[in-house]
Every structure is written in structure tokens, then in C-alpha cells.
Design a protein around this ligand. Structure first.
Ligand code: PLP
Length: 397
């Protein structure tokens, strides 16, 4: 058996994976156009207009509204959909903390419902048990760039008169049944923070097919103004959550490479799933056939042997990293976060308690991540990853 790199053996690879962001002449040219135009803010609206039009088309939505970031995009979408302080929002605990803090930002209450072990997406079977008279919305999080089961979620929401917000921060370009995410529920939100699949440093977007939701989201983002109104005509309580022309310029540049990068990640993702699937004790994520485009923001896979009783997940990560594979541990359970729980306690006056054992097991023992830039490497690099995982799994003790 080959000696592990952590024990002084030769690492499987030392070559780095592609770095992120990727940018070029398009971003340079578009940024300079904004600079020289003198229209830099979110009220001149030249690049912003172009970006919103292009992004709405990308996600098959009628309306798109740019925002300062992906967190505030969720808050604004919830508010525009009519969610009020004290209303309950059902969401999964296997996600970035912003999915919950965007709810807490205006005093709405996150209610955590467990995920499916083989997708890490909100488990539709468990939603109805969590619905109360105070429930106003379901937040589907398309984690890793993989669309959640929007057919089931929409059916449940319709039955109970709930809004559906799609946190699509990781899912730019993803499609469910041939339709872009964000356009499937009441509204969908995106992030353009540095790590995301298109990136302007910071930035966010709301998409929707509902004219009223679009107008309200636009208004709250723009200090309560109305689209065709006068400068000092503030019809709602809103704030300045606008994106700048510079960010829109960078994103228009990033979008010129998006489809090619989606296809590149998909090719390597499928290959890696195939290779890892052949290794004892490793499982890849189940993919519903209705996921017609997977954005592959993260490549997640599971260690299914009982690692808790062997070396443990942290040690597996240390060994894989020593072999030259940049795996990460991923999320910790959001329904156990002390700050989140304390805020919910403050808002409800009651002790929150959630049963999410699948999320806890995934975080503690099972799930490993590779970031999207890793999938932008070449085919041989995927073979290196599989070789390293095979080597580490063959030496589990
Ligand atoms: C990145 C992310 C957000 C927040 O987006 P920001 O632009 O960083 O505010 C929300 N939800 C998920 C799932 C994310 O990955």
C-alpha cells in the first residue's frame, strides 16, 4: 500500500487547482466604460439595466432587481412577498448563515426543517409537520448549485397558501425541469460575493415573475421610490440597497464566460462522480433527473463508512489535503448556532428546538466539499482527486 503523505509518503499531487476569480478583457473594457461615463452609482443605470435584462433572461424570469448583496436580496424578497415580523419561514439548516440571518434581520422567525441525506436539500417530506398558523413562506436553498425539488415545494406551498423564496446564491444558471431557478417560486435571490460562480466582489439579485413583488422589491431597494415616480416621491419605507455600475460592469463581463464554465464544471463533475462512486465507503450526491442544469458551486461527497469510530472527518480532511486535494469540511449545523438560537428566543420568548439529525450527521461525519474552481481544472486533475480519495480510504485506520 502506498504511504500516506501525512506519514511522509509522496503526495498524489502538488500542482495547484485553478484560482478564482477568472477575468479578462471584457471586465477591463466594461469597467473603463463606467469609469469614463461618470455614471458610477445605482441611479444612472446603464450597466445595471443591461445586467438586469440579461440576468432575467438567464433565469427565465420576467423581472430582475439588482441589490447590494445576496443576504439583503433574501430579506427584500421576503418583505416584497409580504412577510412581516413574527412570521415563520421554513428553511433547511444545511446552508450558509445568511439564509437565516436574512430572515432575522427584520424580526421574522426561521424554522429549521431537516435535509435529505443524499442531496442535503430541504426534505419535502418533513415540511408539512413544521407548518403552523404563523408560517408565511418556505425558503428552498439550492445548495451547492443543485435545485431543490421545486415541484413538491410549490405544491405544498400552494396547498397552505405560502410564499416560496428560492435562495439561489449558489445556483446562478441552474435549471429545474428546464426552467431557471428563482423563476419557479414567488421570488429567487442570488449572490455575487467573491466566491460565487459569477462575482463582482459583492452584489445580489432578486428575480420574480410577479409584477407586484418586483415593484415592491425595487422600491424597498431604492429608498421607497416608485419606478416611474419623482425623485422625492417615497411611497414605502425603503433603504438604499443598490448595486453600483462598477459591479454591474464586472458581472456583465463574468456572464460572457458563464455557460462555458457551467459546461466545464458539469463535465468534470460527472467524471468525478463516476470515479468517486467506485470507491468503497464514498457516495456522491443523488441528482434528480429534473435537475436539467446543475450550477455546481460546490462538489459535495460523503464518507459513508463509520468514520466516527475510525479516524474521524477532520483527520480524513487533513490526509486528503496532504495529498494535494483542497477538500473542506463545509457547514456546521445552523439550527445549533448559539447566536441564531438566542435571537429566535428573544423574538419568540420560547425555547427553540429543532430535530435535524441528518444535517448533524452530515456535518459531523460525512460530507466533504470541493469548491467550484476545482472543477474548472482538467480531466487528469479529477483523476488525481479520485486517486487521493482512494489512497486515503484504503488507509483508514
Ligand atoms: C453566499 C450565500 C448567501 C449570502 O450572499 P452574500 O452575497 O454573501 O450576502 C446566502 N445564501 C447562501 C446559500 C449563500 O451561499
Amino acid at each position: 500500500m502506498e504511504k500516506l503523505a501525512v506519514l511522509g509518503g509522496t503526495p498524489v499531487r502538488t500542482k495547484p487547482f485553478p484560482s478564482w476569480p477568472i477575468y479578462g478583457e471584457a471586465e477591463e473594457r466594461l469597467l473603463l466604460e463606467v469609469l469614463h461615463s461618470g455614471k458610477w452609482g445605482g441611479t444612472g443605470r446603464v450597466k445595471l439595466e443591461a445586467l438586469e435584462t440579461e440576468f432575467a433572461k438567464l433565469q427565465d424570469a420576467q423581472y430582475a432587481i439588482t441589490t447590494a448583496n445576496g443576504t439583503i436580496a433574501i430579506t427584500l424578497a421576503l418583505k416584497a412577498a409580504g412577510v412581516q415580523p413574527g412570521d415563520e419561514i421554513i428553511l433547511p439548516p444545511y446552508t450558509f448563515i445568511a439564509s437565516a440571518t436574512s430572515v432575522l434581520l427584520f424580526g421574522a422567525i426561521p424554522v429549521f426543517v431537516d435535509v435529505e441525506a443524499d442531496t442535503l436539500l430541504l426534505n419535502p417530506e418533513r415540511i408539512e409537520a413544521a407548518i403552523t398558523p404563523r408560517t408565511k413562506a418556505i425558503m428552498a436553498v439550492h445548495i451547492a448549485g443543485c435545485p431543490a425539488d421545486m415541484d413538491r415545494i410549490n405544491t405544498i406551498a400552494t396547498k397552505h397558501g405560502l410564499a416560496v423564496i428560492e435562495d439561489s446564491a449558489q445556483a446562478v444558471g441552474a435549471k429545474w425541469n428546464g426552467v431557471g431557478v428563482g423563476a419557479l417560486g414567488t421570488a429567487g435571490t442570488f449572490s455575487f460575493q467573491s466566491s460565487k460562480n459569477i462575482n463582482s466582489g459583492e452584489g445580489g439579485m432578486i428575480v420574480t415573475n410577479d409584477r407586484d413583488v418586483a415593484d415592491m422589491a425595487w422600491s424597498i431597494t431604492n429608498v421607497g421610490r416608485v419606478r416611474a415616480g419623482a425623485w422625492y416621491q417615497h411611497e414605502h419605507i425603503g433603504w438604499n440597497f443598490r448595486m453600483t455600475e462598477f459591479q454591474a460592469a464586472v458581472l456583465l463581463g463574468q456572464m460572457t464566460r458563464l455557460q462555458e464554465q457551467i459546461q466545464h464544471r458539469e463535465r468534470n463533475g460527472l467524471l468525478l462522480e463516476n470515479l468517486l462512486g467506485q470507491i468503497d465507503g464514498i457516495a456522491t450526491m443523488r441528482r434528480d433527473p429534473r435537475v436539467t442544469v446543475h450550477a455546481r458551486h460546490l462538489f459535495m461527497f460523503r464518507v459513508t463508512t463509520d468514520v466516527a469510530s475510525s479516524v474521524g472527518k477532520e483527520e480524513i480532511i487533513r490526509r486528503l489535503q496532504a495529498e494535494g486535494i483542497p477538500v473542506a469540511a463545509g457547514y456546521v449545523p445552523l439550527h445549533r448556532n448559539a447566536a441564531v438560537l438566542s435571537e429566535i428566543r428573544k423574538l419568540t420568548g420560547a425555547e427553540p428546538s429543532y430535530e435535524c439529525p441528518v444535517c448533524e450527521q452530515a456535518c459531523a461525519n460525512e460530507v466533504l466539499w470541493l469548491h467550484q474552481n476545482v472543477l474548472l481544472a482538467e480531466e487528469d486533475d479529477m483523476r488525481d482527486i479520485a486517486m487521493a480519495v482512494n489512497k486515503v480510504m484504503a488507509n483508514l485506520s
